[in-house]
Design a protein around this ligand. Structure first.
Ligand code: NA7
Length: 546
């Protein structure tokens, strides 16, 4: 029995939670989709691995995000692991877009199916990780007093895992209930007969608002920036749907490793601008189909303003067609940034909800929020009496979870200081000065731009193959070269600058958090997977191994 198992058994016997002092080959921080798979693969490599997870169960973002309407915006048949054919065969999604409880059940099923729970210490938050050059090991400390050392540390801490709690004046005074969508209570929350406000209209707000409106006696939505949202047209999945998707998924999986693969296709820069009516007809087709397909309408939709402008006009036209009150429709219509460069929202009845007599939109650009009071919210011109306040205000995305831990490299430099001007990684996988520290879907990799589960798989497979190669060669230490990292980050910035992505104040570039450096964090170039595979083949070019 490992020390962890002994500790866990003791926990169960005594109801106590003793701390662990132990040595491992690898520690994995986080048991979301990235962490769970990393634990599985590292164990397969024969390493003694421990997972540390703040939540009481696996699932990561799907463990915490239990707000009404929480649902994935990627079709469930694609939002699944690909690494186990048996798992693919035996798991059957029930809806086109799976809701949070079903995705959490999937994560739990994977943990049970591959017997991973015994390797994970739950309700344990990592507070620090420090590299010791002399022993060539990481020391990881937790809020339970654990002190764990490991040769390798894998940060699978997620891109959307630290809720952004807005600094609203007076928020502490509010006597009603306050909820954050990213930290929703596990017990049922009832809004029945309550006066509720939602602050924030990103994906979480857009999903929650129609359902909260069904229960509440009054719903006020405070909007800072309107979002482009397209209908999900969610539906139960039939066997025929599943069968029809098989060849599409197979083709998609084949394309993943090609030099052309990416959110912005390689032919984007030479593609012609289609006639407006051709564009309009295609957008209509994709709107009727539902989901985020509109972003694939034309190869240059994310690079050409001439194309993107028509798509924006199309969605605004749809909003005007759905929302009866002209002023509300106008306020809900995004006008000052391109479509798709903030994550597009995929909704069910979002815009139609504003036609309900007890639902009101407050445009904070016209009517700024002055203060929260004991009993509600005051704007520059009005007071709103409230029983509950829902903060759908998003996350300190991409870097928040890493910055929340005190991570120190060999010379004592903290990652937070090293990233004071914005995150810097080589390939989104490693950071110079922080040997043997791997980041799953780190800034500088496609991560949130594509399908995050597949991005996690790709990184975990690259990391475990790297460790396997090192072991074969008798090597134990890996770190990126500073120059390789610098030129990679310059390439990441260049790839973004060739697109329309930087034209919005998005969380992709840290714009939603006051004081966060503006650096475009995800990699939006082509052929990322192909590239990192080639780098591995070329003897881990840009890394120093010894
Ligand atoms: P998002 O997309 O970051 O949305 C957060 C929303 O909250 C957005 O409308 C923000 O306005 C708004 N916000 C944030 N802070 C404030 C303050 N202080 N006052 C008013 N409004 C505020 O987070 P979500 O959770 O909806 O979605 C995150 C991702 O999860 C999503 O992209 C999918 O990938 C899944 P802003 O736009 O910053 O002006």
């Amino acid at each position: 029995m490992t020390k962890l198992e002994q500790a866990t058994a003791a926990d169960r016997r005594h109801g106590a939670r003793p701390s662990v002092v132990a040595e491992y080959d690898a520690v994995v921080v986080g048991a979301g989709f990235g962490g769970v798979y990393a634990i599985h693969r590292l164990r397969q490599l024969g390493l003694n691995v421990i997972g540390l997870e703040a939540g009481a169960d696996v699932g990561g973002t799907w463990y915490w995000n239990r707000y009404p309407g929480a649902r994935c915006d990627v079709p469930s048949l694609f939002y699944s692991y690909t690494w186990s054919p048996e798992l693919r065969q035996e798991w059957r999604w029930t809806e086109k877009y799976a809701a949070q409880p079903e995705i959490l059940r999937y994560a739990q099923h994977v943990a049970d199916r591959f017997d991973l729970r015994s390797l994970i210490r739950f309700e344990t938050r990592v507070t620090s990780a420090e590299w010791d050059e002399a022993s060539q090991r990481w020391t990881v400390r937790t809020d339970r007093g654990d002190r764990i050392t490991a040769a390798y540390c894998v940060m699978a801490t997620g891109n959307l895992s630290v809720p952004n709690k807005p600094d609203l004046p007076g928020l502490d005074r509010f006597r009603g209930a306050i909820y954050h969508t990213g930290q929703w209570p596990h017990d049922e929350v009832s809004f029945s007969k309550l006066r509720v406000a939602v602050i924030g209209t990103g994906s979480s707000g857009v999903q929650a608002i129609p359902l909260i409106a069904k229960a509440a006696s009054r719903l006020t939505v405070f909007q800072r920036t309107p979002n482009y949202s397209v209908p999900a047209r969610n539906a139960p999945l039939s066997d025929a749907d599943v069968a029809a998707a098989e060849p599409v998924i197979a083709k998609y999986r084949e394309s993943l490793e090609t030099p052309e693969f990416g959110r912005v296709p390689s032919n984007a820069f030479e593609a012609p601008v289609p006639e407006k009516q051709v564009q309009w007809a295609r957008y209509q087709q994709l709107w009727d189909q539902g989901g985020g397909g509109i972003l694939t309408a034309f190869p240059n939709i994310l690079t050409s303003e001439a194309v993107n402008d028509v798509a924006c006009e199309f969605v605004r036209d749809k909003i005007r067609g759905i929302v009866k009150d002209k002023a509300t429709a106008d306020a809900l219509s995004p006008k000052d940034y391109p479509l798709g460069v903030k994550r597009i929202c995929i909704d069910t009845d979002y815009f139609a909800t504003y036609n309900l007599p007890h639902v009101e939109l407050v445009d904070l650009r016209e009517e700024p929020l002055k203060t929260v009071t004991e009993t509600g919210v005051e704007t520059a011109t009005r007071s709103f009496a409230l029983d509950a306040l829902v903060l759908a205000t998003g996350y300190d995305a991409m870097t928040g979870a890493l910055a929340a831990m005190d991570i120190r490299g060999g010379d004592g430099t903290s990652l937070k200081d090293a990233w004071a001007d914005g995150p810097s990684t080589y390939l989104g996988l490693m950071v110079s000065g922080f040997p043997n520290l791997f980041v799953v879907t780190g800034p500088g990799s496609p991560s949130v731009i594509g399908n995050v589960i597949h991005a996690c798989e790709n990184h975990v497979e690259w990391i475990t193959a790297c460790l396997d190669t090192m072991r074969t060669k008798g090597l134990t230490r890996i770190e990126p070269e500073r120059d390789a990292e610098r030129s990679w980050m310059a390439h990441v910035a260049d790839a973004a600058s060739r697109t329309l992505y930087p034209k919005a104040n998005s969380w992709y570039q840290g714009a939603n958090i006051a004081g966060k450096p503006r650096v475009f964090m995800p990699y939006v170039g082509q052929g990322y997977r192909h590239r990192i595979a080639q780098i591995a083949q070329r003897d881990y070019e840009g890394f120093v191994m010894r």
